[in-house]
Design a binder for this molecule. Structure first.
Ligand code: SAM
Length: 288
């Protein structure tokens, strides 16, 4: 038995969202499209076959085309040719919504530029699932995708997002979460609220909430597995301006080392360590 209906599809490209964990999170419309499209394209054809098997949808001799980051230049013309013949093409990425940290952007552009229809069957995406369970503000958010893996680049990337007036949402590998949290503290300070949403919609779903400093402490020595979204609450003014920081730093530097002074002022103001450290270096230079 299958929940899918064979329907007559207009010619065009159908971007299908697929589950990010639980297979039954697929929409009925996505199943209809999978049962009906003339050509099926997927980032990973085995994953899509498995999903179709779970939902009892047969391929019935229809072509299944692999389309991913490494073969786009070759696969795109093939899909465009099918559209030129008036066919319907369904595309699913490995999981969630295509184009969201997944392939599909260049395909969508090429198809619209060629004048063919592009539509979507919306559904799961880890960004929205994570925001829903986070408890952080959702009125405005910024999806930042994966941060660069090199420390220096990651820190400048984070700095470029410091003033975003909304919740920040990052995708992250579980292996890099600790380093990412360290850099988040370094760049944004200890006190911003944050959330680690792991294995959403799956058996071991877990949501950890706290300040950035709390999460660093909580995850110390903990190995995370599975898939992870990191969210950081919008920055709020610490209530201390540059002049306040300078006054506090001068007092603290008069009483102890630069390092201790920085630590003390970071603890008092909640300002990012890097910002306070730069101010301390400037004051030290000015004092010489
Ligand atoms: N296109 C997908 C979407 O719409 O969410 C994202 C694909 S991206 C290659 C994969 C990343 O999404 C993972 O590394 C993780 O950061 C996040 N992700 C995907 N599924 C997740 C899940 N079930 N729980 C938490 N994060 C998930």
């Amino acid at each position: 038995m299958t929940a899918a209906n064979r329907v007559k599809l207009a010619s065009g490209l159908y971007f299908l969202a697929t589950p990010i964990g639980t297979a039954r999170d697929i929409t009925l419309r996505a199943l209809d499209i999978l049962a009906s499209a003339d050509v099926l394209a997927a980032e990973d054809t085995r994953t899509l076959r498995r999903l179709m098997d779970i939902h009892g949808i047969a391929l019935e001799g229809r072509p299944m085309v692999a389309y991913h980051d490494h073969n786009g230049a070759v696969a795109r013309p093939r899909l465009l040719a099918a559209l030129a013949e008036g066919k319907s093409v369904a595309y699913a990425s490995e999981a969630g919504t295509p184009l969201v940290a997944d392939p599909g952007y260049q395909l969508g552009r090429a198809v619209t530029e060629a004048g063919f229809m592009v539509t979507s069957a919306p559904g799961p995406s880890a960004v929205l699932a994570a925001l829903s369970v986070s408890g952080l503000a959702t009125d405005a958010f910024f999806f930042a995708g994966f941060a660069p893996t090199a420390k220096g680049q990651r820190q400048s990337f984070l700095r470029s997002l410091a003033e975003v007036p909304g919740t920040l949402v990052f995708y992250e590998s579980p292996k890099r979460v600790h380093k990412m949290l360290d850099d988040l503290v370094e760049v944004y300070g200890q006190t911003r609220d944050a959330v680690i949403a792991r294995e959403l919609t799956k058996k071991f779903e877990e949501v950890r909430r706290g300040t950035l400093a709390d999460l660093v402490e909580e995850l110390h020595g903990v190995t995370l597995k599975g898939e992870v979204v990191v969210l950081v609450a919008r920055g709020e003014s610490s209530g201390f301006d540059e002049d306040d920081t300078d006054i506090l730093l001068k007092e603290a530097m008069a009483a102890g080392s630069l390092k201790d002074a920085v630590a003390q002022v970071v603890a008092t103001t909640g300002q990012p360590r890097r910002q306070v450290y730069q101010a301390a270096l400037r004051l030290e230079k000015e004092g010489k």
